[in-house]
Design a protein. Structure first.
Length: 228
């Protein structure tokens, strides 16, 4: 039986990176491209907030084409859904059979994805769904997955965590109220090393910016003066 040609929803963070790693070990699926929404005003990955050029380096290192979906800022839900629907049409035309997501346990988000893929001809796939997040984070770190925290909600987590490396020390320092994967929106990340990458992406944290109630940590390539 042929593996299903799969499009991976790629945020650039640790969970989507681990979803890719998991899918590549499953003979039922063949990840053939990644899909990412990009804020077209700031040229940064939506929500996670890191620079588009870092996204390009991720795609190069994992060896997959990246489908970039430009979103206006601000973006209405109607515009978002319209552009995602166009992606589904393209995916079917190009022979894709499934779309995979790195969601972990939020039932409403899973239900939303299933609802909006209904009738498109694309199967929703959740390769890391339901794994206890304390267990999952330990597995990620032990396997060599590393990420930088690029965005956080200061109402849930101190801004001092922004820019830190997602590693054993980071997990040990997290308050008990924060999900270790940040699944409730406590934090987002940029994955730069691990078994899904052919080579690590050397980045450094330069500074934090607060915007619309969230703290964003800017990342640049190590040794780059850009953004300093």
């Amino acid at each position: 039986m042929q593996p299903k040609k799969t499009l991976l929803s790629w945020s650039g963070g640790k969970d989507s990176a681990w979803a890719l790693h998991t899918l590549r070990q499953d003979p039922a699926y063949q990840v053939a491209a990644m899909l990412t929404t990009v804020n077209e005003q700031f040229n940064r990955v939506a929500i996670h907030g890191f620079r588009e050029e870092l996204l390009d380096l991720q795609a190069e290192s994992v060896g997959l084409p990246i489908w970039k979906i430009p979103l206006p800022y601000p973006c209405s839900n109607e515009t978002y859904e319209s552009r995602m629907q166009a992606v589904c049409v393209r995916a079917v035309q190009e022979g894709f059979e499934a779309v995979a997501f790195g969601d972990l346990f939020l039932e409403d988000i899973r239900a939303y994805r299933i609802e909006h893929l209904a009738g498109t001809g694309l199967e929703p796939v959740f390769p890391i769904w339901g794994i206890p997040t304390d267990q999952l984070t330990q597995t990620m770190v032990a396997a060599g997955l590393r990420a930088r925290i690029t965005c956080l909600d200061p109402r849930q987590l101190s801004s001092s965590f922004c820019g830190r490396v997602f590693d054993a020390g980071f997990l040990a320092d997290l308050p008990a109220s924060v999900d270790p994967c940040g699944e409730r929106g406590e934090f987002h990340s940029f994955a730069y090393a691990g078994p899904m990458f052919s080579q690590p992406i050397d980045v450094e944290h330069t500074h934090n910016v607060e915007r619309e109630g969230f703290v964003y940590g800017d990342l640049v390539l190590t040794g780059s003066a850009q953004g300093q």
